[in-house]
Design a protein around this ligand. Structure first.
Ligand code: BT5
Length: 254
């Protein structure tokens, strides 16, 4: 896939812009990066804080050649790619099912994958927000969120190298392209689940509370289904399978 990056100073949402391009026929590999977003969003219409030059606001158009049943794995695949991009900068992350990356148990990045039908077939836009500087973590999120610079400064006594947004965007795009190809291989879905499992402490044995639209479930994680859904051993002794699209909130409990 040919990677092409379009950069903007300010934009509503890089996902919205990438969806527009996808509908206009953009090829896969097109990436949108903005220095700030005025309407950066998470799932369920939640806001994504997007201060100028304080984070990476990135979206990539994909046209994955996979069975629609495996589309939820795109979010997991993106988690693996983002984990690797952070790792290359010295940040040891954890992937929290389904779309969060944590460092020091706080959210450092979030993923929002959206699909759209186009004249050229289905397109998926993978949006990733990564906090680079602590100025992207407002006081009300301080207990729950962190940034690359916070994590690196906490780990090393020396001042850390300034993280360049565009370099991070290029590295992330390259990893997304690589893992997207992996997903398209014959045993791609299994491989992506394995890659995810190796990088996530949430794969098995994590005590969690999961908020769905109509109920809240508590239990222990027990692996993933082939499509990325989460298996849970519920506290009441039963079993549940939570699909990637139905979870509003998942929290570790101890
Ligand atoms: C997400 O949603 O985590 C997906 C975030 C995706 C953002 C990227 S930025 C580039 C692209 N363009 C977009 O418009 N979006 C994507 P969700 O799981 O719903 O989490 C949202 C919640 O995370 C909020 O309700 C806050 O509690 C918290 N939050 C908001 N901004 C944050 C930030 N900068 N860092 C950490 N947590 C944040």
């Amino acid at each position: 896939m040919k990677i092409r990056i379009l950069t903007f100073d300010t934009i509503d949402s890089t996902n919205t812009e990438a969806l527009r391009h996808a509908r206009d026929g953009a090829e896969e590999g097109l990436c949108i990066v903005a220095r700030s977003q005025t309407a950066g969003r998470g799932r369920y219409g939640r806001k994504w804080v997007s201060e100028k030059d304080a984070g990476l606001y990135f979206s990539m158009v994909l046209r994955p050649k996979i069975d629609v049943g495996f589309l939820p794995l795109i979010t997991l695949m993106a988690g693996v790619a983002a984990f690797e991009a952070l790792s290359d900068l010295g940040v040891k992350a954890d992937i929290k099912w389904v779309n969060d990356l944590l460092a020091d148990e706080k959210k450092i990045a979030g993923i929002l994958a959206e699909t759209t039908e186009t004249r050229f077939g289905l397109a998926v836009v993978v949006g990733i927000g990564i906090n680079i500087r602590s100025s992207n973590v407002p006081p009300e999120l301080a207990a729950a969120a962190t940034s690359i610079e916070d994590v690196l400064q906490g780990a090393a006594p020396e001042p850390t190298r300034k993280i360049e947004t565009i370099e991070l965007a290029e590295a992330l795009a390259e990893k997304l392209a690589r893992f997207c190809h992996v997903l398209e291989n014959d045993r791609g879905p299994e491989t992506i689940v394995d890659e995810w499992a190796r990088r996530s402490s949430y794969f098995v044995g994590k005590q969690v509370r999961v908020v769905l639209e109509s109920e809240t479930i508590e239990g222990v994680t027990d692996g993933l289904e082939p499509n990325g859904a989460l298996r849970l051993l519920r506290s009441d002794g039963g079993r549940s399978i939570v699909q990637t699209g139905e979870v509003q909130n998942l929290r570790r409990i101890t």
